[in-house]
Write a protein that binds this ligand. Structure first.
Ligand SMILES: Nc1ncnc2c1ncn2[C@@H]1O[C@H](COP(=O)(O)OP(=O)(O)OP(=O)(O)O)[C@@H](O)[C@H]1O
Ligand code: SF4
Ligand SMILES: [Mg+2]
Length: 394
């Protein structure tokens, strides 16, 4: 106990040193980001595969906190193909939301910063942006128009003091300043109809508290889709809803995605939701991707011991068990990650290689990639995730 207390204790001197360092780094990064006249060559890029909407390439997003640097997302690699739904799963705190907020550049700043890697976004007109370096003025045009987000809690996502119509109008007006007032209202009513609101004229005049949870989430979807975005990020879109409404909202999202020809990044810790909707699945653990593949591969042939554990801990209808499986142990401290496999202390399948550094990504089929030494001989090692040395940022 005394040992534990000692290891997490930060002296006044250390604390001042951390604060000084954080201030210096974040000030420098913020200054670079705010530069509206940046050379476009610094933030335009080329997609590795033009059939992808987004490519996360060794993305590192860190929080410069009072207790040290939290490596919330550290060397994340995965892509979202055009017109597909990609599910991102993993336990609480593994970095799912931070990954999506990095893509929107909506991190809590100045403490949260993407300090390494590329997030390539395919605008569809032949331009690809590296979101990590894109200045705020361009991001304002991409957000809403090209990439939009549906949040977890519809009550807090909507403004309680404005009528529903006003809130949808505002988004349409902001992104289409040339539209007349009548056209904006027409578009808002169309959106309300599209998301399945029967009494659209009535709801247009209502306040959020007059609607049910399911209706509010439909309104949030209407706001997110008002500008027909190329990519919809849905962060736990159904967690606050009961099961029957959940199914309706997911069906609605899937239908709208097909209608608008968009892609969806679906973040959830509900494996049932992912199984029903996603084409591809990305499994995250402690800020890194540990496995990715098609939904069929991840659900029927999981390879990483963590994914296997996740699948085992899922209740199965018709199967009687005394106790649901749970993965023993807990996630390592994000301020001081180990230099070996992050899952090793909880893993029941370790081999001799696991004593070494963090495992590389290993390709085990055209679409299936896993970061685990057990597949080192049979698969093709691709590369190691690369952390950023924060001292070098200055
Ligand atoms: N503003 C912040 N300041 C410091 N650390 C943060 C901040 N936001 C997130 N983190 C840390 O980043 C890590 C990843 O958080 P994130 O919100 O992405 O988790 P998540 O996978 O979305 O979890 P959940 O399923 O609970 O939503 C966590 O360790 C969290 O403590
Ligand atoms: S690399 Fe080793 S410790 Fe890590 S998940 Fe695979 S078997 Fe377990
Ligand atoms: Mg989250």
């Amino acid at each position: 106990m005394a040992e534990k207390k000692k290891s997490s204790y930060i002296s006044g001197k250390e604390s001042r040193k951390i604060t000084k360092f954080n201030r210096k780094v974040t000030k420098k990064l913020e200054k670079e980001r705010a530069d509206a006249n940046k050379d476009p060559n610094l933030y335009t890029t080329k997609m590795q595969d033009p059939d992808n909407v987004v490519e996360f390439d060794n993305v590192c997003t860190y929080f410069f906190s009072d207790v040290g640097v939290v490596k919330a997302v550290d060397g994340v690699n995965f892509s979202i193909p055009k017109h597909s739904t990609v599910g991102v799963v993993g336990e609480s705190g593994c970095g799912k939301s931070v990954t999506s907020l990095s893509l929107m550049q909506l991190l809590q700043r100045p403490s949260g910063q993407t300090v390494g890697g590329e997030i390539r976004f395919n605008k569809g007109d032949g331009t690809a942006y590296n979101i990590v370096n894109t200045p705020n003025v361009i991001m304002e045009k991409l957000r809403g128009n090209e990439i939009s987000m549906i949040f977890q809690e519809p009550m807090t996502a909507l403004n309680p003091v404005f009528r529903i119509g006003q809130q949808i109008n505002e988004v349409i007006e902001l992104h289409n300043p040339e539209m007349s007032e009548e056209d904006v209202k027409k578009r808002t009513l169309e959106m309300l109809e599209l998301v399945g609101i029967a009494n659209k004229e009535g709801v247009y005049e209502m306040f959020p508290h007059e609607l049910s949870g399911g209706m509010r989430q439909r309104i949030c979807i209407a706001i997110a889709l008002a500008c027909s975005p190329t990519l919809i990020i849905a962060d736990e879109p159904t967690t606050a809803l009961d099961v029957t409404i959940q199914a309706q909202i997911l069906d609605l999202l899937q239908n709208l995605k097909d209608k608008l020809n968009s892609s969806i990044m679906l973040i959830t810790h509900d494996l049932g939701v992912v199984a029903g909707m996603a084409d591809y699945v990305v499994v995250m653990y402690a800020g890194r991707v540990v496995e990715k593949g098609t939904a069929e591969e991840i659900f029927h042939h999981p390879a990483h011991p963590y994914t296997i554990g996740l699948m085992k801990s899922k209740p199965v209808v018709g199967q009687k068990v005394d106790e649901l499986y749970n993965i023993p142990g807990s996630v390592p401290n994000p301020v001081a990650m180990p230099d070996y496999c992050y899952f090793r202390d909880r893993c029941d399948r370790t081999c001799a290689r696991c004593k070494g550094e963090y495992p590389p990504e290993i390709r085990i089929s055209d679409t299936h990639v896993v970061s685990c030494y057990r597949y080192y001989d049979e698969g093709t090692p691709l590369g190691y995730p690369k952390s950023v040395n924060v001292e070098e940022l200055l």
